[in-house]
Design a protein around this ligand. Structure first.
Ligand SMILES: Nc1nc2c(c(=O)[nH]1)N=C([C@H](O)[C@H](O)COP(=O)(O)OP(=O)(O)OP(=O)(O)O)CN2
Ligand SMILES: [Zn+2]
Length: 148
C-alpha cells in the first residue's frame, strides 16, 4: 500500500497540545438550592463554613490542524497568555465562592470549575480549538470536561 493511502497529507494532520497550570484556591462546597442540613448531608466535611484549600492542577488541551508552515496547532505562548487571563488572574490565591462572582450562585465543585474554565477559555481562544479541560483537585480527584 502506498504511503499516501495510509497517512493523511500534510495539510490534514490533527494534533492535540496541552498546557498544565497549577493554582491555589480555597472554597466551601455549598448549594443555594439546598437547606443547611441538606448541604451538610451532601457535602460533609467539604461544607465546613470556613472552607478549605486545594493546590489545583488544570490541563488545557486544544485540538487543530498542524500548520504545515509553522508546525504548530497554536503557539503555546499564546495559550499561556489565555491561561493567565482565564485561570491565574481570577482564580489563583482566591476564595472561589467570595472572589469569583460566578460561584456566588453555583457550587464550587471541580465539575463546575471545569465548566467555568471551559466557558471562559472558549471566549479567548480561536474558534473551535478548545478540546478538553482536566482539573486535578487533589492527587486522587480528577475531573474532565469537553464542553458537552
Ligand atoms: N463530584 C465531586 N465530589 C467532590 C468534590 C467535587 O468537586 N466534585 N469535591 C470535594 C471536596 O472539595 C474535597 O476537598 C475533596 O477532598 P478530600 O476528600 O479530602 O480529597 P481526597 O479524596 O483526595 O482525600 P483523601 O482523604 O486523602 O482520600 C468532595 N467531593
Ligand atoms: Zn475542596
Amino acid at each position: 500500500m502506498a504511503d499516501s493511502a495510509r497517512c493523511p497529507g500534510p495539510a490534514e494532520r490533527i494534533g492535540y497540545i496541552t498546557r498544565v497550570q497549577s493554582f491555589s484556591a480555597c472554597h466551601r462546597l455549598h448549594s443555594i438550592h439546598l437547606s443547611d442540613e441538606e448541604n451538610k448531608k451532601v457535602y460533609g466535611k467539604c461544607n465546613n463554613p470556613n472552607g478549605h484549600g486545594h493546590n489545583y492542577k488544570a490541563e488545557i488541551t486544544v485540538r487543530g490542524k498542524i500548520d504545515h508552515v509553522t508546525g504548530m496547532v497554536m503557539n503555546l505562548t499564546d495559550l499561556k497568555r489565555c491561561i493567565e487571563e482565564v485561570i491565574m488572574d481570577p482564580l489563583d490565591h482566591k476564595n472561589l465562592d467570595k472572589d469569583v462572582p460566578y460561584f456566588a450562585t453555583v457550587a464550587s465543585t471541580t465539575e463546575n470549575l471545569a465548566v467555568y474554565i471551559w466557558d471562559n477559555m472558549a471566549k479567548v481562544l480561536p474558534p473551535s480549538v478548545l478540546y478538553e479541560i482536566k482539573i486535578h483537585e487533589t492527587d486522587k480527584n480528577i475531573v474532565m470536561y469537553r464542553g458537552e
